[in-house]
Design a protein around this ligand. Structure first.
Ligand SMILES: Cc1cc2nc3c(=O)[nH]c(=O)nc-3n(C[C@H](O)[C@H](O)[C@H](O)COP(=O)(O)O)c2cc1C
Length: 315
């Protein structure tokens, strides 16, 4: 038996909640333990940006402890207890909700798989007994769900790409994503059988992944085949004027745009795919740039005095 945890940022018992609960019910019927959690019902403070979490991990003083003393540990515990994580958010202004973003910031560097893996190695080598929680290293699969009221998918465009942030730092392998748009056309998704059926399919993807006998099978993509990036399986890319360079906004990898017979296709070199933010190598690349002095590398002479001019501007 594995554990499936759903985290909803929708309104209580509205579309997002019920769609995630449909996945949970099917997973429970398949014999898995389930948990449903609504961060909006808890007291979760925003990240203050102090970077004490990163400083603690890098210096060996902590495992990413946060200065905020609130209910975040409840979400963290649920997340770390999971073998499969489902995250659902309503679409607000083409993106996930603000509390979803707060969750990502709090789940960010402080829970980064590469930061904590390297910290563990260094501490074991140095005899520092303050080792990270072993649950950090447990492999997990995940699914993302977005619910938008707009009649076309157009007004939901940035939601799923941004939602990958929730899986990035902890290294969750995303196996399926779904956008339900047009939610305002019908009072509730319980009156839209096609969407509920899609949730049953998502549940089956989770059940199949949890039953897999090897990592490749467990983490394999099971969602829509309509994508341009072979790593994250999404299509949110940045292109440039007068260049054939294309970048996946989610993975951070570079590729090439090729136009043939009026049609665009993309080439993603294997070495680039290997350094996606969704892979351990990609996270390690970022961990190393931070560890090698991204913070406080250059001191500004007389900074305190330079700031005086700006201290109370416009207040
Ligand atoms: C502040 C706000 C902004 C919204 N912006 C969008 C939007 O950009 N695109 C969209 O499709 N729906 C938008 N909606 C509609 C919600 O996504 C929709 O009501 C959805 O059903 C909410 O999910 P829930 O029923 O699970 O709470 C917005 C709603 C609110 C409250």
């Amino acid at each position: 038996m594995s554990k499936v945890v759903a985290i909803s940022f929708g309104r209580k018992m509205s579309n997002t909640d019920v769609m995630l609960k449909e996945v949970l019910i099917k997973c429970q019927e398949a014999g898995h333990e389930i948990q449903f959690i609504r961060p909006d019902d808890l007291n979760i403070e925003p990240c203050t940006g102090c970077c004490a979490c990163v400083g603690g991990i890098m210096s060996g003083r902590s495992n990413g402890a946060c200065v905020q003393k609130d209910d975040f540990h409840i979400v963290e515990d649920a997340f770390y207890s999971a073998d499969a994580v489902l995250i659902g958010s309503p679409v607000y202004e083409t993106s996930p909700s603000g509390t979803f973003k707060t969750f990502c910031d709090r789940m960010g560097p402080s829970h980064d798989l590469a930061f904590l893996t390297e910290a563990k190695k260094e501490r074991m080598a140095n005899g520092n007994p303050l080792l990270p929680d072993e649950r950090v290293f447990k492999p997990r699969v995940g699914c993302l769900l977005a619910v938008g009221g707009a009649r076309t998918e157009n007004w939901t465009i940035m939601t799923i790409p941004v939602m990958y942030e929730a899986m990035m730092s902890t290294g969750v392998d995303v196996i399926d994503t779904h956008v339900y748009y047009g939610a305002m056309n019908v009072e509730h998704v319980l009156g839209v059988p096609g969407q509920m059926k899609r949730m049953d399919e998502m549940a089956q993807h989770v059940i199949d992944a949890l039953a897999a006998s090897n990592d490749e099978e467990r983490t394999k993509w099971r969602g829509s085949e309509d994508y341009v990036c072979p790593v994250c399986h999404q299509s949110m890319v940045r292109v440039h004027q007068n260049s054939d360079l294309v970048e996946c906004a989610i993975c951070g990898i570079n590729g090439k745009v090729i136009v043939e017979n009026g049609k665009v296709r993309y080439e993603w070199p294997t070495a680039e795919q290997a350094r996606s933010r969704m892979t351990y190598a990609g996270k390690l690349e970022h961990r190393n740039e931070i560890a090698n002095g991204a913070v406080t590398q250059k001191k500004v002479a007389g900074l305190k005095d330079l700031k005086i001019k700006y201290m109370h501007v416009g207040e």
